[in-house]
Design a protein around this ligand. Structure first.
Ligand SMILES: *Cc1c(COP(=O)(O)O)cnc(C)c1O
Length: 824
């Protein structure tokens, strides 16, 4: 930032300041008055902090006005409960929302740092694992933008998702202390706290009980403002931090036993220390259960307190409160709300249950059994003795209802019971959290049409028969503000030109109008130029960080997402090896130069996923250093995938890899972001890929492989990986090179387990069944890429078809069908 004018601030300059000068003054005042930095010596970090203070002040004013209006209107509130919010950086989004983005860009001119460089000082708020947490963040943005009186509730993890670095080709996890220097975006609410209790015993008084807890912890509120776009509405994300109750154990402190006092403090504060880095698997540990209950109890107490202050009664709770459960992680809410209403607020059980069922709604995110959350009855009994009783009573009344509907169907009762009876052994009994959610909610939804259909046909088939009106689909979406307007300024500028303004950001269906421009050569050229600029930006990053040069004219083939067997990064690797082999033996024809780009984290305890990361690195080392192939094929793994890295990669992609086994990916949202940024998809008939195809047209997407019905048929008949291996020389050669250590000459047996998993342990995700079609389809991708005009045409049509995948559309659907509230 050029600060040569700075004396002006001090002299009472007579002419009124222009808007941009006012902004400059505001930043300088914050630099001096709040950050205590000398403007001419300010570092990028100082400038970031000063600028965030300017934005924060405006957001705070809007927040106060919004909250006042909602309070005065006694607005119906939407509360979104989620263990994860994968937000990323806040600055760019905040500046865009308050309309300061362009002015601020102009403020940061050479020789000082650019606004982009200043914004890179901000650490990502990575309070989530992947898609589920990112969805919650997109929803907060959309809820504010479409005008819903909305709150997010979650945990203020001291350490979010671990930072990933790569050492000798292997993932290394490091704690991410994103709050180390405090976040300028949070508002600590010193007077907002609730007590959350654990353990102890219960004393019964008929319907209600008195809970004599053994322990308690304070939940302290920290608010994050969530700006809406094109509106002054600012919503709140309220995150809870665990703190030791201040009054207790002063004894230890008084007697100078600081060791004990510190241990005591840690024992309580560890509840909000760290996010469990599991994606699509249940953590199943006591600390996790405590985290879940901790944030649920604090949030529900907060919600009831607000309602009580506005209405003075709970008899109309369901008219004014909707609570959404993002997966089963907040499932204990159902029992907690019953406890608060019945035990603490003296509501009769039946009335409380009636409220409950009208208040809650629940989103299921996965059909995979290893992800379905259950808790040992004995554990819940010990940690939450009152809640286990409530769950048993809910179950009793529910099963009574089932018996009335289907007398004598014992098997049905066993299947739908909230309790898995563990074969009759008490110690093996488990609470099924999804069942608790379904029974306690009036709406249950999946996250894509296919997922919602499979949900009611498979895991929840019995419930769908009992409560058909309860089940709906709400296909996911992404916010066009972050994922197009902010991440891809080059394409956004082009869209502003073409569509005559910026309102596509709030009405993504306007992208349809692009379809006509796909045949306009000048537009195609401009579109391709924007993409090339983004590829250059990514290539520069990769050159800087990994010392690998990517040719910006090569096809950027991108698979970025959590590393998981069902997502089949390994199938992608098999194709890369096949391509390499074909280049070497001369059988390759008409290959477009390709840069295959991977990114993603593996759960710390997920051996197979970590092996895949290592294999990618080993393959990259061979391929990138082979002078015979290096101009036609490069492979990179970009470390530490997160929101900010995604914002860099997505706009640069030509090809979006969405290749999960059909029937396993609930929706995917990475697929939407990439297509929105003009990538063509190569994908299976899975999750929202199907709806993307429906919207962009089958001729503009590369769909391959077995569909869900075929996958089921293959499994039914008995999948034969060995036969496929022996029957396909290219496949055999690729697999043999993995197995015999071609890519790991220093340790030839390194990938035996990967090979065995595919060949001898059943290839559970059917990589071998989809391999041939995948490789053939990749050949069609090359052919199209070599016809640049056709490629650009299809890429434009992809962008044009993405209107329905705005999270604004998703939120409007929830508002109409699930939350029963109007949007603007
Ligand atoms: C969108 C997103 C995801 C989800 O990606 P999928 O391809 O849908 O699994 C995960 N992580 C980050 C950082 C994202 O932005």
């Amino acid at each position: 930032m050029n600060l040569s004018w700075s004396t002006r601030l001090m002299s009472n300059a007579v002419p009124p300041l222009s808007e941009s000068e006012q902004l400059r003054c505001a930043v300088e005042q914050k630099l001096v008055g709040t950050i205590a930095a000398e403007p001419t010596r300010a570092t990028r970090a100082d400038l970031y902090l000063a600028l965030s203070q300017v934005a924060r002040e405006q957001l705070a004013e809007r927040w106060v006005r919004t909250q006042n209006a909602d309070r005065n209107n006694k607005a119906r509130r939407i509360y979104y409960l989620s263990m994860e919010f994968l937000i990323g950086r806040a600055m760019n989004n905040a500046l865009s929302a308050i309309g300061l983005r362009d002015q601020t860009t102009a403020l940061f001119t050479p020789p000082g740092p650019s606004l982009e460089e200043v914004m890179e000082c901000e650490p990502d708020a990575a309070l989530g694992n992947g898609g589920l947490g990112r969805l919650a963040a997109c929803f907060l943005d959309s809820m504010a933008t479409v005008g819903l009186p909305s709150w997010g509730y979650g945990v203020r993890y001291e350490y979010g998702m671990f930072a990933q670095s790569i050492l000798n080709g292997q993932q290394v996890e490091k704690p991410e202390a994103w709050l180390q220097d405090r976040s300028p975006w949070e508002f600590p609410r010193a007077n907002k706290h609730h007590t959350v209790r654990f353990g102890g015993t219960c004393e019964h008084h008929g319907e209600w009980a008195e809970w004599h807890a053994a322990d308690s912890v304070e939940a302290k509120a920290f608010d994050y403002v969530i700006p809406g776009h094109g509106t002054d509405r600012v919503s709140t994300l309220r995150l809870w931090k665990a703190a030791a109750p201040s009054e207790i154990d002063l004894g230890a402190f008084n007697t100078g036993d600081y060791q004990r006092a510190a241990e005591f403090k840690n024992r309580f504060e560890n509840i909000s220390w760290v996010l469990y880095p599991n994606d699509s698997t249940s953590a199943g540990r006591e600390l996790r259960l405590r985290q879940e209950y901790f944030f649920v109890s604090a949030s529900l107490q907060d919600i009831l307190e607000r309602h009580q202050a506005e209405h003075g009664t709970f008899s109309n709770l369901a008219e004014h409160v909707a609570i959404h459960l993002n997966d089963t992680h907040p499932a204990i809410s159902v029992a907690e709300l019953m406890r608060l209403l019945v035990d603490d607020h003296a509501m009769p059980w039946a009335a409380a249950w009636d409220q409950c069922r009208r208040i809650f709604s629940y989103t299921n995110h996965t059909l995979m059994p290893e992800a379905l959350e259950t808790w040992k009855v004995t554990l819940i009994q010990r940690v939450l003795p009152r809640h286990i009783l409530i769950i048993y009573r809910i179950n009793q009344e529910f099963l009574d209802e089932v018996v009335r509907l289907y007398p004598g169907d014992i098997d049905l009762m066993r299947r739908v019971s909230l309790i898995d009876d563990g074969g009759g052994h008490d110690k093996d009994k488990r609470v099924r959290m999804a069942n608790l959610c379904i029974v306690g909610s009036h709406r249950v939804n999946g996250v894509s049409q296919l997922h919602s259909d499979l949900m009611v046909q498979t895991i929840f088939a019995d419930f769908a028969r009992l409560y058909p009106e309860r089940f709906h689909n709400k296909t996911n979406g992404v916010t066009p503000r972050r994922w197009l307007a902010q991440a891809n300024p080059a394409l956004s500028t082009l869209l502003d030109d073409k569509l005559g303004g910026k309102d596509w950001r709030l009405d993504l269906d306007r992208l349809q109008e692009l379809r006509a421009s796909a045949d306009d050569a000048a537009f195609r050229t401009a579109f391709a130029a924007a993409k090339r600029g983004n590829k250059l930006r990514l290539a520069n990053y990769v050159a800087r960080e990994l010392a690998v040069n990517l040719d910006p004219d090569s096809l950027f083939d991108v698979q970025v997402k959590r590393i998981h067997e069902y997502k089949r990064q390994l199938l992608n690797v098999l194709h890369v090896i096949t391509r390499y082999n074909a280049l070497l033996d001369g059988s390759a024809r008409d290959y477009a130069p390709r840069s295959v780009i991977f990114a993603g984290k593996a759960a710390s305890s997920y051996h197979m996923a970590k092996q895949v990361i290592r294999l990618i690195h080993d393959v990259a080392a061979v391929v990138n250093n082979d002078p015979r192939t290096r101009d036609l094929l490069r492979v990179v793994f970009i470390p530490n995938y997160g929101v900010s890295i995604a914002e860099l990669i997505m706009p640069a992609a030509n090809l979006s890899e969405q290749i999960s086994t059909a029937g396993t990916e609930a929706s995917g949202t990475g697929n939407m972001k990439l297509s929105l940024n003009g990538a063509l998809t190569i994908g299976t008939e899975d999750g929202a890929n199907i709806e993307i195809r429906d919207n962009v047209g089958a001729e503009n997407i590369f769909i391959f492989g077995n569909n869900t019905a075929q996958v089921n048929a293959i499994r039914q008949a008995g999948h034969q990986p060995l036969a496929l291996y022996h029957g396909d020389p290219a496949l055999k050669e690729a697999l043999d090179r993995i197995d015999t250590g071609f890519f790991s000459p220093g340790e030839r047996s390194r990938y035996h387990d990967i090979f065995n998993c595919l060949l001898h342990y059943g290839d559970h995700y059917l990589l071998l069944a989809d391999y041939a079609d995948y490789v053939a389809t990749q050949g069609r991708v090359d052919a199209l890429y070599l016809n640049s005009d056709e490629w650009q045409r299809k890429a434009i049509i992809n962008v044009a078809g993405m209107g329905p995948f705005s999270a604004d559309r998703t939120i409007r659907d929830y508002a109409n069908d699930t939350w029963h509230i109007d949007t603007n």
